[in-house]
Structures are given as C-alpha cells and as structure tokens.
Design a binder for this molecule. Structure first.
Ligand SMILES: CC(C)(COP(=O)(O)OP(=O)(O)OC[C@H]1O[C@@H](n2cnc3c(N)ncnc32)[C@H](O)[C@@H]1OP(=O)(O)O)[C@@H](O)C(=O)NCCC(=O)NCCS
Length: 286
C-alpha cells in the first residue's frame, strides 16, 4: 500500500469512531501504519519550507496514532519479573544489534510507533513515546523524556532529565520540535509545541511553554507564542534561565513590598566558539 492509500484508510477508520473497534481490517491498516511510523516513512510533523514556521503538522498521522489507542485492548505485558498492563497495539519495541541503535540496559523504554534512527544512543532510564521521531546521532540521556509526536533532529543532545513534552491532541496542534544540532541542557522542559531552531542551546534548567516570554537581550525583542504560532527559539540562540521583577502596576499594592521576581528565560548571546567549546561532547560515548 502506498502512503496516500494508507492516509485515506486511516482517515476513514478514524472517522468511523467506535465502529472501527473489533474490525480486523482496521487493525491490519493500523499495523501497517505503525510499521511505517517505526521505519520513518511517515511522521507526525515534517519540515515544509512553504509553511509559516517551516514545519507542517500531518494531522492524519496523529489521527492514526489515536486510532491505535482506540483499537487497542489492555493486555498483560509482564516480563523479566516486572508486571505491566497496556494497550496491546503499543507494546515495547524490540531492537536487534542490526538496528544500529544502542539501548543501554536499565529501565529505558521505546514505545511502538516511535521512529528511532541509526546511531541514536539511549541512556537509561529514558522513555520515547509513540509518534516521536528521533533522528541520527542524537543522544537521549538518563531520565530524559521524548513525548508523543515530538520531533528531534540530528545530532541533538537531550541531557539528563530533559523533558520534551508530548502533543498528541488536538490532532492539528504542532508537536514540540527540536531541530538539528540543538543542545538541550540538563533539567530543561520544552512543552506545548515550542520549536527550537537549528543549533540553539538551552542552558541547564530552561523551561519553555506557550505562555513563557523569552527575552532576546541581543536583538532587543521579546519572543512569545501567538494564537496560531508556537513559541520559536531562533537558530543558534543561547537561552539561559533568568528572572525579571514583577510589574509593580499589576496585582495588590501590598504585594509590591514582597519584591518578587518571575522566571524569565533570556537569550544572552548567539552561539560562538566559546559555546561550541562548552557544548563539545565526547565522541567516544556515542
Ligand atoms: C549555556 C552554556 C552551554 C554556556 O554557554 P556559553 O556560550 O559558554 O556561555 P558563556 O559562558 O559565554 O555565558 C554567556 C552569559 O550567560 C551567562 N550564563 C551562562 N550559562 C548560564 C546558565 N546556565 N545560567 C545562567 N546564566 C548563564 C553567563 O554568566 C554569561 O553572562 P555574563 O557575560 O553576564 O557573565 C552552559 O551554561 C550550559 O548550560 N551547558 C549545558 C550543561 C548541561 O546541561 N550539561 C548536561 C550534560 S548531561
């Protein structure tokens, strides 16, 4: 089946609602769809120069993922002394040496329907959810999460405990996108469809959501998400976690005496030789 036939069938079974449950041909189509996701033939968002933000959400792919949850029945997935119960449409993915992906033992899990390219390193414990795309040479460090449908580019470093949020619903919502050569520092959180452009650096502890204004000290701009656009971190920006004073004209007069600050990520520079040195990673580990 080619991709456009697959798309039509997924759309048909998705709109069939509960009527698709128990239909063996719907399950066949879903399993073919899941195989295409894992092979990297389809993805929930794709680069598209014609789109305003450079990425297009593939609504039908997200519908296919949701279809899998609808078709799945709870099933015993226990093994190795542990007890697990989940939808039988999304069991744990299995890898062999020939896949070229290193999954270091110890509590990591990659869910079916995730694409993981050759050369990716997964340090335990980490989790990659359904619909995620993790491209070549990327490191997913310990305690990192790649949420559902998140798109992670080539040679990205997701440092220890970095959380990349999942955006499965609504189906037309843009997932979180981390483009090529980005460094996401330890304990960062990137949520709600935020796009981090090529080569950017998020210093340890940076949190980005749709509601987070980012202060670009270099260019004198405040970056925000708009109704129809995600928060976008520009290419090669170096973002660090900062603070700003609370606007005194807002809130109760008594609160002014508290001297509060709000979290305020700031772009302090654009990547230079020093940043490259600070972010150089040990090739031998990869
Ligand atoms: C961002 C980072 C890469 C440094 O980049 P850099 O280009 O070398 O930055 P510089 O040292 O030139 O600093 C530029 C400015 O940002 C400030 N800054 C740098 N890192 C900062 C941080 N993490 N938090 C707050 N401010 C920071 C510096 O003080 C400097 O400001 P100043 O000139 O007013 O003093 C580094 O701080 C970082 O967070 N690395 C990731 C560490 C990590 O998570 N490792 C995980 C491994 S698992």
């Amino acid at each position: 089946m080619n991709i456009s036939q697959l798309q039509k069938l997924i759309e048909r079974y998705f709109s069939a609602g509960p009527a698709a449950v128990g239909d063996p041909s719907a399950m066949d189509v879903f399993l073919e769809f899941r195989g295409a996701l894992e092979a990297g033939e389809i993805r929930s968002a794709s680069p598209d120069p014609a789109a305003a933000v450079g990425w297009r959400v593939n609504v039908w792919v997200k519908q296919g993922i949701l279809l899998g949850f609808r078709l799945g029945a709870l099933s015993d997935m226990s093994g190795g002394g542990f007890s697990f119960v989940d939808k039988d449409t999304y069991p744990v993915r299995r890898f062999g040496a020939g896949d070229g992906v290193r999954v270091v033992p110890g509590g990591s899990s990659v869910r079916s329907g995730a694409y993981v390219a050759r050369g990716v390193v997964c340090m335990p414990p980490m989790y990659i959810n359904v619909g995620a795309w993790v491209d070549e040479g990327t490191m997913v460090d310990s305690h990192a999460l790649v949420g559902s449908c998140a798109q992670i580019g080539k040679r990205v470093h997701l440092s220890a405990a970095a959380q990349i949020g999942g955006v499965l619903e609504p189906v037309n919502a843009s997932p979180v996108i981390i483009e090529d050569d980005v460094l996401v520092g330890g304990n960062c959180g990137v949520y709600e469809g935020t796009i981090v452009r090529t080569g950017a650096v998020l210093a340890a502890g940076t949190i980005l959501t749709r509601g987070t204004p980012v202060f670009d000290v270099v260019r004198g701009e405040v970056l925000r998400a708009a109704d129809d656009t995600s928060l976008i971190i520009p290419s090669h920006a170096v973002v660090v976690p900062g603070a700003r004073s609370v606007n005194p004209s807002k809130g109760h007069p008594d609160s002014q005496a508290w001297g509060l600050s709000l979290y305020a990520p700031a772009i302090v520079k654009y990547r230079d030789e020093k940043t490259n040195l600070s972010t150089t990673l040990e090739d031998l580990l990869r």
